[in-house]
Design a protein around this ligand. Structure first.
Ligand SMILES: Nc1ncnc2c1ncn2[C@@H]1O[C@H](COP(=O)(O)OP(=O)(O)O)[C@@H](O)[C@H]1O
Ligand SMILES: [Mg+2]
Length: 323
């Protein structure tokens, strides 16, 4: 009697829960996910800083790779945070995305494998990229340089995830021209929706003039804190207006997620059993399986009108917020 009680109590300790989660995570990681028919190029964008773009890019990429897919992360932020998180050296002399965009170097010359995660690759960004926004202005076909570099890259890839800087300048435009899908991370806090209308209008402009396949395919709620009512309210509002785009999985606020980059790691290798790692594995599964059902091309057609209602919604939220 006493023994079974002890076992019950043990099963409910934090360590037991973590161990159970780790077993689950490892099991799922080995499971495999469907390969898309063609490479899915996903632009992770939101001109607000600190909403989880980089964290989402590297962890989703690692999760997809751990499911057996071939994934490339393109770091398009001069800060090079995605490169850091993937353990890729990015001091000024390292061949980087700058050389590709400004000097016209082939992507193949700057791609590096990520140690620790098979099937995961990275194009690093160095601080040179800070000047690219201005240097690109005078170049031929300045909006399409990344798109052409990706088109000329012959290695087979299942996913390319592009980590954008926190602005809507030429670097982000290059990403939007290169991709078919936009993934918007939204932080569950008060000003979460501010600026979203502007982002959606830009997506719409690029779609209308430069890249007809572009659409917002995915919205991911990040840094979700289940203890606050605000997070729940923001989540609900986003889910109401973007019912089709929002992933069911929300990424919780997690110390493990924020610690991982300082070890040059994603949370999936840093602490595979943590809730943060599990949530990114789950989000990656959803991302991969959803497209399978919807068919990437069809979603593009169907969702092309997303900007209009969303822009209204944002307007509405901002007005409410000002009262
Ligand atoms: N789910 C999370 N839990 C805790 N901290 C997080 C989480 N997601 C991101 N962070 C932290 O928040 C900060 C901003 O995230 P980041 O991904 O760099 O945003 P962005 O690329 O949009 O600027 C970073 O310090 C990161 O470690
Ligand atoms: Mg970033």
């Amino acid at each position: 009697m006493q023994d079974s009680e002890t076992i019950d109590q043990l099963a409910d300790t934090p360590i037991a829960r973590a161990a159970q989660a780790a077993v689950q995570a490892i099991g799922r990681a080995g499971e495999g996910l469907p390969r898309p028919a063609a490479t899915r190029v996903i632009v992770v964008a939101n001109q607000k800083g600190g909403v989880g773009k980089t964290t989402t890019t590297v962890n989703l990429a690692a999760a997809l790779a751990m499911h057996g897919l071939r994934v490339l992360v393109v770091d398009l932020d001069p800060q090079g945070n995605a490169s850091t998180a993937l353990g890729i050296d990015h001091h000024a002399e390292v061949p980087s995305i700058y050389d590709v965009l400004v000097e016209g170097k082939p992507l193949a010359d700057v791609v590096q494998p990520v140690v620790d995660v098979e099937g995961l690759f990275c194009v690093p960004a160095t601080i040179d990229l800070a000047g690219a926004e201005i240097e690109l202005v005078s170049l031929v076909a300045r909006e399409g340089r990344l798109q052409r570099a990706i088109a000329a890259y012959e290695q087979p890839l299942d996913y390319i995830l592009i980590d954008c800087p926190p602005s809507l300048g030429l670097l982000t435009v290059n990403a939007l021209v290169a991709g078919q899908e936009v993934l918007i991370p939204i932080q569950c806090e008060y000003y979460a929706l501010e600026g979203l209308g502007q982002l959606l209008r830009n997506v719409e402009l690029v779609r209308a003039h430069l890249n007809p396949t572009l659409h917002v395919s995915t919205i991911l709620l990040t840094m979700y804190d289940a203890r606050t009512r605000l997070a729940a309210q923001v989540a609900e509002e986003v889910r109401t207006h973007f019912a089709q785009e929002v992933l069911q999985t929300a990424i919780p606020r997690s110390v493990r997620i924020s610690e991982a980059p300082s070890y040059g790691q994603t949370v999936l290798t840093y602490d595979p059993g943590s809730t943060g790692a599990l949530s990114y594995l789950e989000a990656a599964r959803e991302l991969a399986l959803r497209a399978q059902v919807a068919g990437t091309g069809a979603v593009g057609q169907q969702r092309s009108g997303v900007a209009a209602p969303a822009a209204q919604m944002v307007q509405h939220s901002t007005t409410e917020g000002n009262r």
